[in-house]
Design a protein around this ligand. Structure first.
Ligand SMILES: [Fe+2]
Length: 298
């Protein structure tokens, strides 16, 4: 079976059996990764596109270049369109100033507007049936951590597009926070794994694996694909939604004849159990996927 992530994680079946959700791992020879995206495309999107805040955010870098304030007002400008002033467009000059002052630029949801990344995300979605969102990170050269140690609340695939980047990664732990949080205590020596990614490399970080990165000489561009699989709650909500979509289970209209509650309770229980036994797995997965994508604003 070919999938949209073939070639990125070696043998996809073997990856799912032995690595997925278990341990961080680096895969090499993702030949198509360096051709996915380039820095010029990102700057062109800022210059000629219609990107508004927060499609790009900036963090890190030195404060003495006046870049300490990285809020929307520091990165945006208004444009005049059809006689109306439209605020919130990212200002390429201001974004460039932040980058020149050492900030890493995060192109949030680059899959919204970049066709190749969108197609890539679709391949991940087809395989994992969950929420899949993609961000691109453009870092200038430097030795400082581009972001503090943190957890992302999802599985993360880091695709190194250009430049090199050093990563410090912790083995996943069962007691890790499940959401996105910073780890003020950092990463301990016994949990610590270190990887250097070069163009074409893929770093897989299971959910619960703390990490941070260092850009190196020449800067770096990588795409992070975050994957969240459906939870039991997503499946249950999907079953309920599927069951309630039947005409006999719609909410009754006022004045409509209806059975007494005890009869209705018995009928709903009987019909719901029949529905659960008969609903095709593919349909149930589709319903759960719909729920998680709505929940995570994918
Ligand atoms: Fe992260």
């Amino acid at each position: 079976m070919r999938t949209g992530i073939d070639g990125l994680v070696g043998d996809t079946g073997l990856f799912l059996e032995t690595v997925w959700s278990v341990r961080p791992e680096v895969f090499q020879n993702g030949a198509r990764i360096p051709t996915l995206l380039d820095e010029g495309t990102l700057w062109d999107a800022l210059e000629y596109g219609s990107l508004t805040y927060p499609y790009v955010t900036a963090f890190g870098g030195t404060a003495d270049h006046g870049a300490a304030d990285r809020g929307p007002a520091s990165l945006t400008r208004s444009r005049w369109v059809g006689g109306a002033e439209v605020p919130g467009f990212l200002d390429p000059r201001r974004v460039r100033d932040a980058f020149d002052a050492g900030a890493t630029l995060k192109f949030n949801r680059v899959d919204h507007w970049h066709p190749a990344t969108r197609e890539l995300a679709r391949g991940f979605r087809d395989l994992f049936h969950g929420s899949v969102i993609a961000h691109a990170f453009l870092s200038p050269a430097g030795d400082e951590p581009v972001i503090k140690a943190h957890l992302d609340g999802a599985h993360v695939f880091v695709l190194q597009v250009s430049g090199d980047k050093d990563w410090v990664v912790a083995r996943p732990t069962r007691d890790a926070e499940s959401g996105s949080v910073f780890c003020p205590e950092g990463i301990t020596d016994e949990d610590r794994l270190e990887f250097t990614l070069s163009p074409g490399d893929v770093l897989y970080l299971p959910h619960g694996s703390a990490h941070y990165a260092l850009a190196r000489s020449g800067g770096s561009l990588h795409i992070a694909i975050e994957v969240e699989e459906p939870t039991p709650e997503d499946f249950v909500d999907g079953f309920v939604a599927g069951f309630l979509s039947g005409e006999e289970n719609r909410r009754p209209c006022p004045g409509e004849p209806r059975p007494v509650p005890i009869e209705e309770c018995r009928r709903v229980r009987r019909d719901f159990l029949s529905y659960l036994a008969a609903v095709p797995v593919g349909e149930a997965i589709g319903l759960a996927e719909h729920n998680i994508r709505r929940r995570t604003a994918d």
